[in-house]
Design a protein around this ligand. Structure first.
Ligand code: CS2
Length: 466
């Protein structure tokens, strides 16, 4: 058994380290040694092994450069991680990690695509990686590839314990994230059955929803050098991010949870309003401008904000289309928006458009589609959103035809490749149920207008990207 209370994290990336691990570090600074909490990091994917390997060499410690909009920065050595494991090479570590009475919670950041949801928010049971995991759970052999396989193995261990109750807290930018995970997880377990797990889960596991926020760019290559120069310590995996941070989490804990409210985390029953505002104003704004910015040749997101035309487009999108269709408003959304735009303009964090643009296929239905839908339902033509979407399509079309070189990453790229192979790609795009969830069938006029706008945008870029 561990000496301290413990949380496991699935999905070690820079964001998690700058967010949940940082918050836990702050909390530990206030607690006596015996009341502290520590993180066990569990890597799930082969392609993300580099960070855990580096982190392990430093016993989980790393430096975090926090940068204010005026460029002032501080360096924090984050010490809340003391164990790092790679389940992708050795899934049997799950047993030893989870068979621990001191372990009380799991936090998760596996990105939007890591939930394998269909347009009806069900688990995509035909996805090859999910099919693989079902087989692994059923046969007890092989390696899982997704969160679902690992979570099942973990909870099967917890089920055998007397005090196995555990909180499973997703921290991804998915609206209603806890409930969606719980629902999809139930479907996974059912498909991998017969295993007698769900009754135990419903009595002993909770899936709180949460909203998390900190812009965390990909760390630049010279950050390690800077850390050494400024702090005087070697660090092979430092991170950087803005000095803004927010974590709102639903008070729905199955077991003891670290008292993070002492360090600014909001515990509330009403997390959805925060989630909705953040996903649609911040993440939607990021999504929206990154493709136009990319096509204009910009490299970092703050360049978008300095481009008067794009700045105005974002303002119109936010003020005329997003904010009026957010109906539950526990705080001032215009003020919230202004703070976000200020954060967007931070030149010192130089958040790359490459980072923000990736994974667009799974982000669109989360970040943008609801705004379009709610506007059409109130009889308002969302012109700004149409401009954003037509540039997104144009970006993908030019990228896939090799006319626009870009370092684009998306595990769902095959979906866009399929549209482009059709005789009428724009039509195929607009009819795609995973993207539009039937919206263009409900509002055919909108679909037609958007098709026209896409053709216009493609024309506009014809000369620049021949
Ligand atoms: C970005 C987010 O990748 C994206 O879609 O919008 O990573 C964003 O920077 C964070 O959610 C900020 O909290």
């Amino acid at each position: 058994m561990s000496e301290h209370n413990r949380i496991v994290h699935f999905g070690i990336g820079a964001f998690h380290r700058g967010h949940q691990a940082y918050y836990l570090h702050l909390l530990n600074q206030q607690l006596p040694e015996n009341e502290r909490w520590y993180y066990t990091e569990v890597n799930l994917r082969e392609e993300t092994r580099a960070i855990p390997e580096a982190l392990k060499k430093q016993n989980g410690r790393f430096h975090f450069k926090r940068i204010a909009p005026n460029g002032d920065a501080d360096f924090v050595e984050v010490t809340s991680i003391d164990r790092v494991e790679d389940a992708s090479s050795n899934p049997s570590v799950i047993k030893t990690i989870f068979d621990d009475d001191k372990l009380k919670a799991i936090t998760i950041t596996v990105t939007e695509g890591g939930y394998y949801l269909t347009e009806t928010n069900d688990l995509n049971l035909t996805h090859p990686e999910i099919v693989n995991d079902i087989k692994v759970v059923k046969s007890g052999k092989g390696k899982p590839k997704t969160l679902f396989g690992y979570l099942t193995l973990a909870l099967l261990v917890r089920q055998t314990m007397t005090n196995g109750a555990i909180t499973v807290a997703t921290c991804d930018n998915l609206r209603d994230n806890g409930n969606r995970l719980e629902h999809a997880f139930g479907q996974f377990v059912e498909a991998a059955g017969p295993i007698d797990l769900m009754q135990w889960v419903s009595d002993n596991v909770t899936f709180p929803c949460s909203m998390v926020d900190r812009i965390t760019p990909v760390p630049p290559a010279d950050l390690a050098e800077e850390v050494e120069r400024v702090v005087g310590q070697k660090d092979i995996c430092p991170i950087m991010g803005e000095d803004f941070e927010q974590w709102v989490i639903e008070t729905k804990f199955a077991a003891e949870f670290p008292p993070l409210d002492k360090v600014g985390v909001t515990f509330t029953d009403k997390v959805h309003a925060y989630e909705e505002a953040k996903i649609r104003i911040l993440n939607g704004g990021h999504f929206g401008l990154s493709y136009i910015g990319a096509l204009r040749g910009y490299k970092t997101y703050d360049e978008n904000i300095r481009d008067g035309e794009l700045n105005k487009l974002l303002k119109t999108y936010h003020q005329c289309e997003v904010i009026p269709t957010i109906y539950d408003r526990p705080f001032d959304l215009e003020q919230y928006r202004q703070v976000i735009v200020l954060r967007f303009s931070n030149t010192f964090i130089a958040d790359s458009i490459e980072r923000i643009a990736m994974d667009s296929i799974s982000k669109f239905p989360q970040f943008i589609l609801p705004t379009i839908k709610l506007n059409l339902e109130r009889g308002y033509e969302p012109k700004a959103a149409m401009t954003l979407v037509s540039h997104w399509y144009c970006f993908l079309a030019l990228y896939l035809s090799g006319r626009f070189p870009f370092n684009y990453k998306d595990p769902y790229l095959h979906i866009a490749e399929k549209w482009m192979e059709e005789p009428e790609p724009v039509k195929a795009f607009l009819a795609d149920p995973d993207i539009w969830q039937g919206l263009n069938q409900r509002f055919p006029l909108f679909g037609e207008q958007l098709a026209g706008q896409i053709k216009q945008t493609l024309n506009d870029y014809q000369e620049r990207y021949p």
